[in-house]
Design a protein around this ligand. Structure first.
Ligand code: ADP
Ligand code: MG
Length: 266
């Protein structure tokens, strides 16, 4: 069993506005523990810090940790650069995946897989192709996608599927899946869910970040956390997501007596 622990995490970003540096605290004390074998979901209104949390866990240096810690199997990872975190078994599927010119999808995947393996245990071409074929079928993806440059000219839906292909190929211990459902039609959503569900095992844990409950009908989480105002304000089982769907973020906020502005709650 492996464990990812977020302890009292406070995160700020500094931006420049009209020549002045403005520092804003975004995460205001996040506590969260995910073990392999578990799927957790974080739901929350726009602008509440969900993407900030996933970027900070992965080590994006734009996000400044002012307090708290992130532990992987009991050891702090705060000093590790992004690539080291990936080697240690963390994976981030981003809300807006980057395009990388000059590297094909297949090259990227094999490099990423082998970066996590010892030099004696590198994945050979044959095994790689077998794995790739199997996962392309599972995700109903065209083989030609893997020979294209990473995410270049991919549609929104193709990018999301491709992130799930990376997940299936790289087999991380912990996946942070940020809005993998955004912009997907129902068929693509089901394919993405099938991919994530196929990963469910005792060596794998996930944090699914979503604004809407819909995805959680297909990937049923063990634990649901609601994030508002930069911290987790309530945790529960899958029923909590359904309750939220009925009551809305504003309803839950009022029920909990929180003094938080919601940016664009319908
Ligand atoms: N790199 C950044 N620079 C400046 N502000 C940021 C940055 N990332 C996030 N923010 C701000 O932090 C808040 C939380 O953003 P985000 O984590 O993207 O929220 P969510 O994913 O929950 O919608 C927002 O007010 C956003 O504008
Ligand atoms: Mg976000």
């Amino acid at each position: 069993m492996k464990e990812l622990q977020i302890k009292n995490l406070h995160v700020s970003v500094t931006t420049e506005e009209q020549g002045q540096n403005i520092t804003k605290e975004i995460l205001t004390g996040v506590n969260l523990t995910i073990k392999t074998g578990e799927i957790h979901a974080i739901m929350g209104p726009n602008g509440t810090g969900k993407s900030t949390l996933s970027q900070t866990i992965m080590g994006n240096s734009a996000y400044h940790i002012t307090k708290g810690d992130i532990l992987l199997n009991g050891n702090s990872i705060l000093d590790m650069p992004v690539d080291e975190r990936a080697r240690q078994g963390l994976f981030l599927a981003m809300q807006y995946p980057a395009e990388i010119q000059g590297i094909t999808n297949a090259e990227f995947l094999r490099t990423a897989i082998n970066a996590r393996r010892s030099s004696k245990n590198q994945m050979g071409v044959r095994e790689f192709i077998q794995e790739l074929d199997k996962n392309l079928k599972l995700l109903d993806m065209n083989e030609s996608m893997t020979e294209r440059y990473l995410n270049e000219g991919f549609s929104g839906g193709e990018k999301k599927r491709n992130e799930i292909l990376q997940l299936l190929m790289i087999k991380p211990n912990f996946a942070l899946l940020d809005e993998i459902d955004s912009g997907l039609d129902i068929d693509a959503l089901q394919v993405v869910a099938k991919g994530v569900n196929s990963m469910r095992n005792q060596e794998f844990g996930a944090l699914i970040i979503t604004h809407y409950q819909r995805l959680l009908n297909y990937i049923v989480p063990d634990v649901v956390h609601i994030m508002m105002g930069g911290k987790i304000v309530k945790s529960g089982d899958a029923e909590l997501a359904k309750k939220l769907e009925n009551e809305g973020y504003a309803g839950l906020r009022d029920e909990l007596g929180l003094d938080i502005d919601l940016v664009d709650e319908a």
